[in-house]
Design a protein around this ligand. Sequence first.
Ligand SMILES: Nc1nc2c(ncn2[C@@H]2O[C@H](COP(=O)(O)OP(=O)(O)OP(=O)(O)O)[C@@H](O)[C@H]2O)c(=O)[nH]1
Ligand SMILES: [Mg+2]
Length: 227
Amino acid sequence: MAAGRGGERPPGPDPALEPYVQTRIFKIIVIGDSNVGKTCLTFRFCGGTFPGKTEATIGVDFREKTVEIEGERIKVQVWDTAGQERFRKSMVEHYYRNVHAVVFVYDVTKMSSFTNLKTWIEECNGHAVPPLVPRVLVGNKCDLKDLIQVPSSLALKFADAHNMLLFETSAKDPQESQNVDAIFMCLVCRLKAQRSLPCRDTEGWPAQPQPHARRLDEASGKSSCPC
Ligand SMILES: Nc1nc2c(ncn2[C@@H]2O[C@H](COP(=O)(O)OP(=O)(O)OP(=O)(O)O)[C@@H](O)[C@H]2O)c(=O)[nH]1
Ligand SMILES: [Mg+2]
């Protein structure tokens, strides 16, 4: 029997008969001093571009990107947080609630943004983020080669001491875009590997134990996805 006008559906399997596939959401927060390039890095990952002009983030900006790994679609929810104290203090609790992974960012051309990492790590630890939630360290603005203040060797030592992977990259340089993607994809791969149950949102999803972070590719000072 033919369907009536307006009641036809496109050819193919009836969606109502297909099994419901849940999309997992991974919440990743990006933390660090103001002006280190957190907004630009999240733009580069989620939108594939470097924003022409940015303003200081107020509170938090959300960006999302859906990625496919081994046939599974995963929604990466990136929380681009404010570096300025006055723009973040009312939001801090929300940043850390049910977070799945943390990206700490410093500016390779500004030593103070590197030395301040201690404070950011303390804040993170102080908000009951389990020590086993994966964390990575990102030195941004590597395109400014003549202005570099933070040597790779120092950053590697710090990353090692805190069981973090280190990425040195540039949100601005289009040739570095794969390296920016690798920061987030590396975390997603690790989260995927350690969590077997599907999940629709981040609320009420407890963190699972996972192996300690490994630092890779010491010689180049850069890291690649370990998966
Ligand atoms: N040369 C260079 N400049 C960059 C890079 N990433 C960001 N910038 C510049 O650094 C400045 C600050 O970038 P944002 O991304 O807004 O910094 P933020 O960390 O989000 O700052 P807050 O929102 O205040 O916490 C802007 O002028 C960017 O254009 C980079 O990789 N290279
Ligand atoms: Mg910002």
